[in-house]
Each structure stands twice: as C-alpha cells, then as structure tokens.
Design a protein around this ligand. Structure first.
Ligand code: HEM
Length: 418
C-alpha cells in the first residue's frame, strides 16, 4: 500500500493509541503508514506521532519550529482538553521539561549541578548500600520463593535514590509519595482519583520544602530553595515544586522499567549473563543493551508546532502536537536486525534514543546508568541462579500510553552466592 503522506491530516487519524496493546506491535502497524502519522490519543485528542528514528531525532533536536511548551498547543488553549485528561499530568507544569530557550536553560542549570559526574559518582556508595538492603530483604524469603522482582526490587530502588537526592528521609512520607505517584500514572483509575493523587503528591513535596527551609541540608531541595531566594529571583515557588515533581516523574518509572526489562533480557540470554558474571562483558553495556531493546518510555508527550512545518513529508499545522514514539524509534533504526537483547552487538545501542536527544536530553542519564549497573551487578552476583517463575510468553506488559515495560516480573531467586 503506497501512502500519499501529503494527504495525512489530524482530521483522519490512522489509529488510536491503545495502552493495552503491546508497544512494538502497535508501532509496527503505525510505521506502515509512514514515519510521522496522525493518531488519536485518549478521549479522541488528536496528535501526530513521530515513529521512525530519523523523525524522532528531527523532532527532539532543537527544531526551530517546535516547542516543548504546552501553551503552544492550540486545542489546549481553546479549552478542548478535558480536565483530568490522563496525560495532562505528564504535560503541564512549569518545569524545564515544558520550557524552551533561555527559560529552559535557566531551569536546567539550577538542577544540573546536582547531576554533575562528581555528584553522581558520590552517590555510588549509598546506591550500593540501599541495593544491598533490598537484596537482604529478598534473600530472607528463601531460595525457592517466587517474588515479583519489579515490585520488590526495581520499584523501590529508584524512588529511594531520588528521595536520597531530595533529602526526603521520613519513611512515612516516602510511602505516601509512592502511593500517590502510582495512582497518578495509572490508567485504571478515574480522572478524579488521579487529580487527588496529584494534589497529595504536591502536599508531600510542599512539606519537604517547608522542612528544608527551616533546616537546610546538603540536598537538592535545599539547593533549590537557595536558588529561590537568590537575588536575581531565579526560581519561583511554583517552579521549585514543579521541578521536584518533574525529577520524580522523569526519573522513577523510567528506571524501574529499564531495570525490569534488562533483568528479563539477561534471564533469557544465560550465555550473556555468564559472560557478565565472568567479567568478559561489562555491566554498563548490559544496561545499554536493555535500554535499546526496550526503551522504558513508549512515547514522549509532546512537542507543539509554532508554525506550519513539514516533517518527513507531512504538514504539521501551527498549534498541533507531536508525540515521539521513543520505543519504536529506538528499534526502527536497526530495522533489519531482529529485535532482541544482545550485549555483544554494540551497534544496536550506540545511538541510543531512550534518553531522548537535543536540549532536553535526559539530565538523569548518568544517574540512571550508574544505578542500573550497580543494581544489576549486585542482583545477579547475589542470585546467579535466578530464573523466571513463569514461561516468558505469560509475562504481561504494563498498561500505559507512556511507559513500555512489564506489569510484573515473577522470578525464583535461587540459592544466594555469598
Ligand atoms: C532509564 C531511566 C531514564 C530514562 C529512559 C529517561 C528518559 C528521559 C527522556 C527521554 C527525557 C527527554 C524528555 C524530553 O525530551 O521531553 C528525559 C528528560 C529528563 N530526565 Fe530522564 N530518564 C531516565 C532517568 C532519569 C533520572 C534517574 C532522572 C533524575 C533523577 C531523570 C531526570 C530527567 C530530567 C530532569 C529531564 C528533563 C530534562 C530537560 O527537560 O532538560 N531521568 N529523560
């Protein structure tokens, strides 16, 4: 079927984004219509989807006609997007993620000093410690117990590390944060529940800011409060909370799913796992292979056209939004290669798109890489005989428009190695 791309328009979406559908199966269907296709999001909100690697790079790479600021989304400014629309939490907020140009640089600079290689490396001992504690908890269940590794290991670790960065040390507040966060990202709750969870999360963060204002420590929250009080008035109160929220949003679920997918990759490639444990392959390479095989972000929401723009043969009209199909784009660039987890062939992941590209390139990439390499090496060194508790074909994908991963990863840990 030959498609005339110039005739594609948001009035006639080629498909609907279906959170229950397997990510790569859906992507393959969309890509048959071209690299940039009109689709329908929840509640029949319309958007373009950039699905090929080239289209994704073009959109991400500081394109002069595209913006990250939702105030340029015509349907939103016309009030056509329902309150509590499931993706609004991902899209709104006065954070760097939604800012362009000088504003983006100002917001990013304030946080980036918490993410310098030196600061990230300094977190390594604490990451090792937290990982070790989680593994002790798992070991206590016995070698033949079945555990959902996503829930018991991959989920708590990144949140604990982000709490560490923020200086949020109270276990009750951490617990509340985790509950609200989970509800906010769920597609199985009502819009009202999602809004209540968003309010609850802001409450926890506002509480943290009040605590740090009274007693500053050497954490990110204290550093941001200092920026708030800076003589240039560089950060507003709302931007402060929005920045903490965006770090949580950007850094948690992504790392959880990266870890879960890579563990699955290794459990299904025992030859490569043995090579890692024998030191023939490096753990950071396993992290890259996992990110390429299954980008934790299925789709990135969104960019907005500042003026009519031609992208890969389609015309995106001023004010129309574009979703970036990261998981599809990451695999599409090696279209002829079978999609499989393979640490040995680094061509697959040299031009990794899982962390995005251009000015918004993931600020936490180094942290995510370090954390994942430590977590995977400690996990498999402690439990080298770990195996899937169900056949791979019975694993269920997570139901999400934004996230690509597994709903659960049931494993038998096997006898620990000490
Ligand atoms: C495997 C884990 C991760 C993946 C796959 C990932 C992916 C991404 C992607 C694709 C973007 C670009 C967004 C855009 O262009 O609109 C991004 C931005 C960002 N990420 Fe990550 N991320 C991960 C982990 C983290 C962590 C651990 C943190 C911090 C704790 C973090 C903080 C951020 C921030 C602050 C931004 C916004 C940067 C900006 O707008 O300039 N991420 N991430």
């Amino acid at each position: 079927m030959r498609i005339d791309r110039s005739k594609l328009s948001l009035d006639q979406p080629v498909s609907s984004l279906d959170p229950t559908r397997e990510t790569h199966e859906e992507a393959a269907e969309w890509l048959r219509h071209g690299p940039v296709v009109p689709v329908s999001l929840p509640d029949d909100v319309r958007a373009w989807a950039a699905m090929s690697a080239e289209a994704a790079r073009t959109v991400l790479d500081a394109h002069p006609d595209l913006s990250s600021d939702p105030r340029h989304w015509a349907a939103y400014t016309r009030g056509e997007i329902p309150t509590g629309w499931p993706l609004l939490n991902l899209i709104l907020g006065e954070s760097m993620l939604n800012a362009d140009g000088a504003d983006h640089r100002r917001l990013r600079r304030l946080v980036s000093h918490a993410f310098t290689p030196r600061r990230i490396d300094a977190l390594a001992p604490r990451i090792r410690e937290v990982t070790g504690e989680l593994l002790d908890g798992l070991e206590a269940g016995g070698p033949e117990a079945v555990t959902d590794l996503k829930k018991t290991f991959a989920y708590p670790l990144p949140l604990l590390i982000i709490c560490e960065l923020f200086g949020l040390t109270d276990p009750d507040q951490q617990h509340r944060l985790r509950g609200h966060f989970r509800t906010m990202l769920s597609v199985e709750v009502s819009n009202a529940e999602r809004q209540a969870a968003a309010a609850g999360q802001r409450e926890v963060l506002a509480h943290l800011v009040a605590d740090r204002r009274a007693a500053p420590l050497g954490d990110l929250t204290s550093a941001l409060i200092e920026a708030l009080d800076d003589e240039d008035g560089r950060l507003t109160e709302k931007e402060l909370i929005d920045t903490l929220e965006i770090i949580l949003l950007a850094g948690h679920e992504t790392t959880v799913n990266s870890l879960t997918s890579t563990v699955l990759g290794l459990l299904t490639r025992p030859d490569q796992l043995t090579a890692l444990l024998d030191g023939e392959l490096e753990w950071p390479a396993a992290v890259e292979a996992g990110l390429h095989w299954n980008s934790p972000l299925r789709n990135l929401f969104m960019r907005y056209a500042l003026r009519d723009t031609v992208l890969q043969g389609v015309t995106v009209r001023r004010g129309e939004p574009i979703v970036i199909g990261l998981a599809a784009a990451n695999r599409e660039q090696h279209g002829t290669v079978p999609a499989r987890f393979d640490i040995r062939d680094s061509r697959h992941y040299e031009r990794q798109l899982a962390f995005g590209a251009g000015p918004h390139y993931c600020l936490g990439a180094a942290l995510a890489r370090l954390e994942s390499a430590i977590a995977l090496s400690q996990l498999f060194t402690r439990f080298p005989a770990m195996r899937l508790a169900v056949p791979e074909s019975e694993l269920v994908p997570v139901v999400s428009t934004a996230i690509n991963g597994l709903a659960a990863l049931p494993v038998v840990l096997g006898r620990p190695h000490r």
